[in-house]
Design a protein around this ligand. Structure first.
Ligand SMILES: [Zn+2]
Length: 137
């Protein structure tokens, strides 16, 4: 069975966020009206995307803007994922295909739950997250 992924306006897959996957979730996804962590609550990209036709950066004529590029660069180097990559894939292949791709990418090979992009190990069983980039000191 596959899980429906939660897409944020910026292209983040909220379903693999540690704010959702932790034992006591502090968020239910960016698209929800529920309270969010401070950094997401005050997110400039989210506020900007509200005025776009579909409420995401996907339909913005300037996509990717400098802000999204900065966020994307941080996530590509640290967490092995790309917001711009997600949005581009959805635009070309559609949301169902993205859901499937993401589910297979982030499903923990050991326990079957989703890995958190923000954590080096699976929050459920401790398996290594192969996409997490550990910085050498
Ligand atoms: Zn696991």
């Amino acid at each position: 069975m596959e899980t429906e992924m939660l897409l944020a306006p910026c292209g983040m897959n909220c379903s693999i966020c540690s704010g959702i996957l932790r034992t006591k979730p502090i968020c239910v996804g960016c698209a929800s009206e529920q309270p969010k962590p401070r950094s997401c609550e005050h997110c400039v990209i989210k506020r900007c995307a509200q005025d776009k036709p579909d409420g995401t950066c996907m339909t913005c004529p300037t996509m990717p803007c400098a802000r999204l590029k900065r966020l994307d660069a941080r996530y590509r180097s640290k967490y092995g994922m790309s917001m711009i990559g997600n949005l581009t894939f959805i635009r070309e292949e559609g949301l169902p295909a993205w859901n499937e791709r993401e589910f297979h990418k982030w499903q923990c090979p050991t326990c079957g739950n989703l890995l958190s992009a923000h954590k080096s190990t699976c929050l459920s069983c401790g398996e290594t997250n192969p996409y997490y980039v550990i910085r050498k000191p």
